[in-house]
Design a protein around this ligand. Structure first.
Ligand code: SF4
Length: 352
C-alpha cells in the first residue's frame, strides 16, 4: 500500500515537472540542459506519452499544421574517401551499394518534377565525397544548381560535405543553393567513434562558411550508433547553438558490411521520445524525420508528428528504399495535417 502511494507521488511529481517545462516552452521559454536530461531519462510509456502530448502542443504552437517535405537525389554515389561507420557509401566498407560519378542534368530535373508534383519543398543534391574545393568540379556542381534554380520547381538544396573555403560557400549561394545539409551527426564527444577521417571541428567550420554566405542550415544527426542519451542531448543543444533551421533526425538502418551492421535497433518509443526532446529544445525549428524511419518505427511512423516532428523526408533514401510517397502523403492527411507546397518552406519565426 505504502509503495503504491510512493509510486503515485513520484508519478505526480514527474507529471508536474513535465507540465512546468512544457508550459514554459509554449510560452517561448527555453529549457536548460538539466531539464532536457530529465526528459531524455523518462522511462515509462505513460511519461513518454505525456511528454509527446507537450511536444505536440509545441509543434502546433510554432509550426501549425503544415508538414514540410524534402526529397533527395544521390548526385554522386559510392567510393567516398571518408570512414563514417554507419554509411553504405564509404570506400572503407564492402556494401555493394551503387557507384557512379556526378549526375547529369536530366535526372535532376526529372527528380525536381516528381518532387514538385508531390508537394515537396526542397530537393537536395547529395554527393558521397569528403567535400568541395574551388575548381572544375565546383563549377560543374554549380551548373546543376543553376539549372535547378532556373527550373523554378523546387528549392535547390545541397549536401556536398565539407567546404574548403568561404569562396566555395559564396559560389554555391550565387548558383542558387538556398539550404545546405551538413549534419553534426552526434555529440562532439562521440563523433570520433563514428568517423576518424574528419572532425567535428571540420563540420562546424563548414557551417560557419554557409552561415556567412547566407545559406540556410539543415543540420541534425543519426540515432542508434551506440551513443548515450547525454550524447543525444548534447547534439540537440549544439544544433540550437549553430542556429540550424531544419534538423533532420536519422535513425540507423544497419547496413551489412559496415562496422555498425550489428548495432541493436533502438526501441520505437526511445526514438519517439528523442524526437519529442528535440522539439522541446528546438521549438521553432523544422524537425524532420529522415532516413531509417520506415524500418525502425514500422507501424508507429505516424506518431512522429505527435512527438513533435514537423517535417519528413519522402521518396527513397540514398541507398535504401522508403515507403511510397503516396502512402506518406495519405498518412499526413489522415492526421489532419497539411503537406502544403510552400516555395521557401521557411517561416520568419524559425530563425530566432
Ligand atoms: S556519410 Fe557522407 S562523408 Fe561519411 S562516408 Fe558516407 S558519403 Fe562519405
Amino acid at each position: 500500500m505504502l509503495s503504491s502511494m510512493t509510486a503515485t507521488l513520484v508519478d505526480d511529481r514527474t507529471r508536474a515537472r513535465l507540465a512546468a517545462i512544457g508550459q514554459r516552452v509554449l510560452e517561448e521559454g527555453r529549457i536548460s540542459r538539466e531539464e532536457a536530461m530529465f526528459l531524455f531519462e523518462l522511462e515509462s510509456s505513460a511519461d513518454i506519452f505525456d511528454l509527446m502530448a507537450w511536444a505536440n502542443r509545441v509543434r502546433e504552437r510554432f509550426k501549425g499544421r503544415k508538414v514540410h517535405l524534402c526529397s533527395i537525389i544521390n548526385a554522386k554515389a559510392g567510393r567516398c574517401s571518408e570512414d563514417c561507420k554507419f554509411c553504405a557509401q564509404s570506400a572503407f566498407y564492402q556494401t555493394g551499394s551503387p557507384q557512379y560519378g556526378f549526375v547529369d542534368p536530366e535526372p535532376v530535373l526529372q527528380a525536381a518534377e516528381e518532387a514538385r508534383a508531390n508537394g515537396v519543398v526542397g530537393l537536395g543534391l547529395v554527393a558521397a565525397w569528403k567535400g568541395l574545393n574551388e575548381g572544375p568540379m565546383l563549377e560543374e556542381v554549380c551548373r546543376r544548381f543553376e539549372e535547378l534554380r532556373d527550373s523554378g520547381r523546387v528549392r535547390p538544396d545541397a549536401s556536398l560535405g565539407i567546404l574548403g573555403s568561404q569562396t566555395v560557400a559564396d559560389r554555391l549561394k550565387a548558383a542558387g543553393v538556398e539550404c545546405y545539409n551538413h549534419n553534426l551527426e552526434t555529440s562532439r564527444r562521440f563523433f570520433p567513434e563514428q568517423c576518424t577521417t574528419h572532425t567535428y571541428e571540420d563540420r562546424l567550420r563548414t557551417i560557419g562558411y554557409l552561415k556567412q554566405a547566407g545559406i540556410k542550415i539543415c543540420s541534425g544527426g543519426i540515432l542508434g550508433l551506440g551513443e548515450t542519451r547525454e550524447d543525444r542531448c548534447d547534439l540537440a543543444f549544439s544544433l540550437r547553438e549553430v542556429g540550424a533551421h531544419i534538423v533532420p533526425i536519422n535513425i540507423l538502418n544497419p547496413i551489412p558490411g559496415t562496422p555498425f551492421e550489428g548495432r541493436e535497433p533502438l526501441p520505437p518509443m526511445e526514438i519517439l521520445k528523442t524526437i519529442a526532446c528535440f522539439r522541446m529544445i528546438l521549438p521553432r525549428q523544422e524537425i524532420m524525420v529522415a532516413g531509417g524511419r520506415t524500418v525502425n518505427l514500422r507501424d508507429l511512423q505516424s506518431m512522429i508528428f505527435t512527438a513533435g516532428a514537423s517535417a519528413m523526408m519522402v521518396g527513397n533514401y540514398l541507398t535504401t528504399i522508403n515507403q511510397p510517397v503516396e502512402k506518406d502523403l495519405q498518412m499526413i492527411r489522415d492526421l489532419g495535417l497539411d503537406p502544403a507546397w510552400d516555395r521557401h518552406g521557411f517561416s520568419d519565426q524559425e530563425h530566432r
